[in-house]
Write a protein that binds this ligand. Structure first.
Ligand code: PAF
Length: 283
């Protein structure tokens, strides 16, 4: 496994592999890896000849009051984990390499980013689509792998790739959960023991919504109010949003009866840590 620090070298390696007729699989990350990331890597290993994982904590996607400075970082640990998975390259540029002096170009997807995290975290998705475009240009992948836990991020990347005619297959990979149901996230490391217990309310809320549907409930208002009650009655929590959405457009569904597929999307502060989770509800 090689660690590549510059865009030029990454591009030249990618071009070399393309000439050899090899496919490149790409897993973009901000490091502090967990089983969720490793699942993406394993999917990439299954269908691609060469796998590149990027580790870059992207300042552009953090708001001024967010956790960029304290975002967990441990490159040694991450690289040992990736070595074990048989990854060929880690792309690990620094901030200067990605956004050098005079930087002024951004990529923005306007509609699918309006709601949910886009509403709570202004500028976040512009930061994500900008960095992912730059990473795509550096790594030149045939396939790129993203977790479904960041449902809106995946939808946004798919839109960007389609709209900008990027010749890349974007693959969504199902959420990986801890044994008790908590969705894996690098931010789970921020949780105290008490908060970790409270954090389970996101998964319990998803299961409650599924159970309501299975028992014949169809009212969007009723399902939302039951889910909100469950989370609000859990210690140490503060709801950022609890929403039912069209799974394609991410438009909110606030009233009426659910039919077909509906996305349940949650963002909840547990202590100071903001956690997200989601599920597709099927009638
Ligand atoms: O999902 C993430 O970890 C980040 O948003 C990504 C895709 C690596 C871009 O910085």
């Amino acid at each position: 496994m090689r660690v590549i620090k510059t865009i030029k070298e990454m591009q030249s390696i990618a071009k070399g592999h393309k000439k050899e007729g090899l496919t490149i699989g790409f897993v973009p990350t901000m490091g502090f890896l967990h089983e969720g990331h490793l699942t993406l890597v394993r999917e990439a290993k299954k269908i691609c000849n060469v796998v590149v994982v990027s580790i870059f904590v992207n300042p552009l996607q953090f708001g001024p009051k967010e956790d960029f400075a304290k975002y967990p970082r441990d490159f040694e640990r991450d690289s040992a984990m990736l070595q074990k998975e048989g990854v060929e390259y880690i792309f690990h540029p620094d901030g200067e390499e990605m956004y050098g002096k005079g930087y002024q170009t951004y990529v923005e997807v306007t509609e699918v980013t309006k709601n949910l995290c886009g509403a709570s975290r202004p500028g976040h998705f512009k930061g994500v689509t900008t960095v992912v475009s730059k990473l795509f240009n550096a790594v030149m992948p045939d396939y790129a792998f993203f977790g479904e836990k960041d449902y809106q991020q995946l939808a946004t990347i798919k839109r960007m790739v389609a709209d900008l005619n990027m010749d890349i297959n974007v693959i969504g990979v199902p959420i990986v959960r801890e044994a008790d149901g908590l969705a894996m996230s690098s931010r789970n490391t921020y949780l105290s023991e008490e908060e970790r217990k409270s954090a389970l309310c996101l998964y319990r809320a998803i299961n409650l919504a599924k159970e309501l549907i299975n028992n014949g409930e169809r009212s969007a208002e009723k399902i939302l109010s039951e889910v909100v009650n469950l989370i609000s009655n859990t210690a140490l929590t503060r709801i950022d949003y609890v929403k039912l959405c069209d799974p394609e457009t991410l438009d909110y569904i606030e009233t009426g009866l659910l039919k077909g597929k509906t996305l349940l999307a949650l963002a909840v502060f547990v202590g100071n840590t903001r956690l997200i989770d989601n599920a597709i509800l099927e009638v």
